[in-house]
Design a protein around this ligand. Sequence first.
Ligand SMILES: Cc1cc2nc3c(=O)[nH]c(=O)nc-3n(C[C@H](O)[C@H](O)[C@H](O)COP(=O)(O)OP(=O)(O)OC[C@H]3O[C@@H](n4cnc5c(N)ncnc54)[C@H](O)[C@@H]3O)c2cc1C
Ligand code: SF4
Ligand code: SF4
Ligand code: SF4
Length: 699
Amino acid sequence: MKVTIDGKTIEVEPGTTILQAARRLGIDIPTLCYVEGFEPVSACFLCAVQIEGRPNLSPACSMPVSDGMVVDASGDEVRAARRMALELLLSDHAGDCVAPCHAACPAGLDIAGFAFPIAAGRPRDAMPIIADRLALPRALGQVCPRLCEEHCRRGGLDESVSIAALHRFAAHVDLEEEEPYLPPKAPATGRSVAIIGAGPAGLAAAYYLLQRGHDCTLFDAQPEPGGMLRYGIPEYRLPNEALDAEVDLIRRLGAQFEMNRRWGRDFTLQELRDRFDAVFIAIGAQRSQSLRCEGDELAWSGIDFLDRVAKGERPELGQRVIVVGGGNTAMDVCRTAVRLGAPEVIVLYRRTRREMPCLMEEVEGAEEEGVQIEYLVAPTRLQRNPDGTLTVTCLRMELGEPDESGRRRPVPIAGSEFSLQADTVIAAIGQTVELEPAQADGLEVTRWGLAVNPQTLQTNLPDVFAGGDAVSGPDLAVRAVAAGRLAAVSIDQYLRGEPVVGERQPVNILMRRLDDTELAELYRAIEQKPRVRGRMIDPQRRRETFEEIEAPLDPDQARAEAGRCMTCGCRKVDACKLRVYATQYGADPYRFEGERRRFAQDLSHPEVIYEPGKCILCDTCVRVAQQAGEELGLTIIGRGFQVAVGVPFGGTLAEGLRRAARQAAEVCPTGAIALRTARACDLCRSQTPHELPAETFSA
Ligand SMILES: Cc1cc2nc3c(=O)[nH]c(=O)nc-3n(C[C@H](O)[C@H](O)[C@H](O)COP(=O)(O)OP(=O)(O)OC[C@H]3O[C@@H](n4cnc5c(N)ncnc54)[C@H](O)[C@@H]3O)c2cc1C
Ligand code: SF4
Ligand code: SF4
Ligand code: SF4
């Protein structure tokens, strides 16, 4: 019989299905419920194809070919039907593809993945997993505001895992070695990239471009690389030595640095475009905003102040210092002023403590060191007094309606004017991007920074890319590092002459909030243990020194803390066919969002774990158990929405799957039936299961 599929014709024996004919032609038709050697059940309908002359789509797995049949297996209608089939399957899926912490980290760090070798006492084995997504993991372990930890599932049981401290520890241990981890490099491509700005975004871009075989030269206006990590964040939070060690690794990978070279003064973009094959712009948001009130020229710029201190100056501050602002810069300025010996440091913030855009521990740290914070106060005038001191006239504020940032707008209270005396006033209310060189060199800009395609970071000039604070305005180091990595992916595509599409993200389903019953189910086998913290130096000593406030975890602490990680996320995250096809077909998991099934797990079997919320009722495990001659086996139980795979006659999973457990886990197209050790063995590589942290198997 002759059959034509997607324009290709083949001759097959009678009884051959369309799926079998397509496979012989090398045409990929997706399937979830089909298993070679078993009678097809056509349950998932993912293999739908259009047969010429038929009004409806047909399942390729069970439809035999007829002579002269013409089949469309990849047209728009077929693809749309498959996408919808996938979206319906995803609509009530009760499971996380990746752990919630992983999904929340802007760099997409596989946290469960790197915590695992640390818990097993092999912290250096964590480095390839960490470095795959995160350049500068030691520095970021010290300064990242830990967006991941807010989403850590462990937080519902006792306290979230100290994720930042763990990657700081792994990188710290590794950097102490003579030969720290250097990622493998692809053969040299002969292509070169100029990077303007050697802050976290530029350094990360170089780190990932060098691995792809491209030469990189970083140009920076400052004497040393590091950007705001060196010249903004003070040494008591991030010592230069920690940053130097990580910059040195990037140098060892092959990065060239041309320091004290400023774009717009020492070179133009065109000169770099002539000399290099591509350019990445990562100049950050380095311009201090003024107080925008009468006499604002009398205030110092917070950024300039921190820059001077970072370069070893010890500016004379006088008795009383007033710092204006409530973000990271304001906290670093006031705590630096304390360390420079100012007896009285007052912060003026125009909103309340709740709206402060910095970590609460920064505020608490400042208060412990004696800083006084005045909320709902804004300066309106600065005047120089005859004795050289300053009078700061202020107004009290109240909070009105939310503004475009979502925070409630401060509104002045009429008649509330008062004044304060100060020796030094430092403005730390934010930074902007210096756009003049970009505009002069023909780049498009936005309200915040340079204009780019957000998927690729390509600018309006095809060989020029930009990222980090230079695009977003002042933000976070982890987002700058993530932008550097994305830029490297896009620039690599550009240099290889491929379409510049950025990084394709796999579909990720997240359960989001779990109710109390679900949480109880999740924590059933986990023992409560408090979070481990690094040693802190006491506040009195902190007032006198730029010494690092928090020490890294010691090996025992790190091992214990990593052992608290419950290795959340799906055990079959990379093997799940539902996720692979959902990604391939661009399915939106939340398109038919309704009530999802409840999270539940059956932990009664010694070899496998069953999560009914991930089951797509494909019947494959039932057939496999039957073929293996299981006495009880599995069956589909229930009606309507309550249908699930179960063991007949109320038997346990261990009774239902005495022989075929491994096989059932293998054929299950999702993570519904998975080997207990599936993820653990992926992560562990060399260890035998009994040496691994207990939680890995119980969670
Ligand atoms: C005081 C302060 C504290 C902070 N604290 C934290 C924190 O605790 N946690 C956190 O996550 N983030 C923090 N941030 C934000 C974080 O530092 C930035 O988001 C991050 O550094 C941005 O990285 P970037 O590479 O985009 O830019 P930057 O770090 O600003 O680096 C830009 C680089 O470009 C160079 N450059 C600029 N203009 C030119 C030019 N024309 N020619 C050549 N070179 C140029 C600069 O010298 C610099 O080296 C803080 C920022 C400040 C200012
Ligand atoms: S970089 Fe920040 S958000 Fe990402 S894992 Fe580390 S601490 Fe968490
Ligand atoms: S327990 Fe581990 S894997 Fe789970 S959310 Fe927390 S850090 Fe992530
Ligand atoms: S548990 Fe069984 S029926 Fe459910 S998806 Fe897995 S193999 Fe299919």
